[in-house]
Design a protein around this ligand. Sequence first.
Ligand code: ADP
Length: 710
Amino acid sequence: MSTAALPPSPPLLPEERPGGQAQDLSLSFANPAAARILGAASPEELLRTGSGGVFERYDVLDAGGHPLSLGQLPGRQVITHGSAPERVLRFRDKRTGQEHWSRASAAPVRDARGQVVYAINVFRDVTEVMRTQERLSLLAEAGELLSASLDLEGTLTATARLLVPRLADWCAVHLAGDSTPSRQVASIHMDPAKVELAQRLAELYPKDPEATSGIHHVMRTGQPELTSDITDAMLVAAARSEEHLCILRELGLRSLMVVPLNARGRTLGTLTVATAESLRRLGPEELKLVEELARRAALAVDNARLYTEARRAQARQAVALEAGRMGAWEWDIQAQRVLWSPELERIHGIPEGSFGGGFEDYQSDMHPEDRERVLTSIQRVVAEQQPEHHVQYRIVLPDGRVRHVEAHGRLTLDEQGRPSRLTGVCTDITERLALEEDARRLVREQAARAEAERARQHTAGLLASLEKAQAELACRAQELTRSNADLEQFAYVASHDLQEPLRMVASYVQLLSRRYKGKLDADADAFIRYAVDGATRMQALINDLLAYSRVGTRGKELVPVPLERSVERALSHLRLALQEAGAEMKVEPLPWVKGDETQLAQLLQNLVGNAVKFLGERPPRIRVSAAREGDTVTVPVEDNGIGIEPQYYERIFAIFQRLHGKEEYPGTGIGLSICKKIVERHGGRIWVESTPGQGSTFRFTLGAAEAPRA
Ligand code: ADP
């Protein structure tokens, strides 16, 4: 997020300038963000301690966790080479082991001769991004490792290696043994000496299988354990002797977690992860990551177990099968004759005693795609006098079936040392291959099933959070409805109760106006006029507010009504205004709709009323029509008035929103919000389209109803 610039002031690194003097680089400017990233309390402190101070405070590592020297930093590279690629730096606090990441880049500033005089360094804190990325790539790498291999111990060791040094300094994997409670299959440590130390510890002080914490406990309970801060007091409590304590202290563990390898409802082993010399602290975040990794590793372990079981079963079966499907053969090389046992004839699907005995007969049922390979192999055995012959190929039986066979032979030489015969057995391995394929498929299917289960759980999780969100939404909606109702009630009561005193004010100022107009001075006349105006406006406002609040509270049930009747009612109230404006009013045939007739009349009165009020230069032309589509009736009210700019299309439907002063066009800004409320109460929507200067069309929708049959 933060950027910082800290140019080392001239002079340059000496090596860059032939014959120059060796001089130190110094920082000449740093902003507070730079100070923060580089661990100084203030820019001034950073300038004082310089890059040396940074290296005293931190181990500076590259993205892969390997130490970097000062000269490898972009700033120095720019001064040495004139440019440097951006790189990710990892700062590990030497005291606390805490890490943060920063993306660092540097740009040169050159003097008139093109010599680099400054390097401007920009640091950006990317700790969060890098942590997330590291985690994802760790899981991805582990996923690849674990799904690809059935070599159990190799895979687990590789998995442990993934964690060191990226996440921890030490990682060990234990598997539940058949007889012993556990067996260590992998142990990876940053410092190999520590592996030995840990081994010695395990030998001298074997873990108590009944202990209430540690590997055996996790193995028994299937629950992970995390100790973020290992204190010396804990070591003292755990030690069984002085020597034990000594070794424990020497191991120098800082944080430790033991995570179960759980798969298909069983705990198959444990994954132990610890930090020591890096001083890093393992917390709940790391625990979550390692648990995910352990879950994947456990599935791999379980798959490997299933595979081994399948292999064993298949091997047992194969032995039984092969006993019955093995034939003997002999090839007299010099005489070019081949002998087959009756079993071999059976394997080749020909009647006993029918094999011709020529070398061509032997080749005749070989699969064309395999023939050349088999013959080459036999020729090589003879030519190179290889003692053993081994080949696998397909044969095509007289009935067209393809079988797989495997031949083993041994070469015999004559007295002159020339190859004389090749003798051996041939086995039909078709079933065995099928079984092997089955076993492989089984493992694949198991893995796919596990993946599907994981996806299901993930989806279930998503669904659960969706439901929660929906419930929250429903709750909010309810609250909103309640507070709306409260508000409506308030508006109703307020406007209703205001009516009475206002009526009094209005009638008295009107009385004043009638009685004293022209009898007092000109100022008094004006004041009285203002008072009458104000009172009248206020009455209009209160009436409108009352109408607004009544839409929700005084609405009648929605029943089929002829829309035409509502229009008539609306127009009867507007007759005078329409006449005065010289309006041309056109009402097309209108359908029946589901509605509250009084409210629909009010809706149309407001819309047509506005159409007359906001008239342009021309005499107003107003048209009300309707179109039915399915269950919906859309009603446009068109006028040729002043129109509305598109940016106000939404706003005008809000209460008290007006686009003009009351001198220009009278009004309270409530009319359209009443319209909106009525339409929404009817389950429809209302909107406007307009060409400013040409006219507007307000459209609203209602539910269609059938006209009763006469
Ligand atoms: P009022 O008419 O009391 O000002 P409304 O809520 O009815 O309040 O309308 C809000 C605003 O929308 C009006 O002030 C006006 O600017 C604009 N408006 C409404 N109807 C029309 C129309 N037919 N033509 C042009 N402008 C309109």
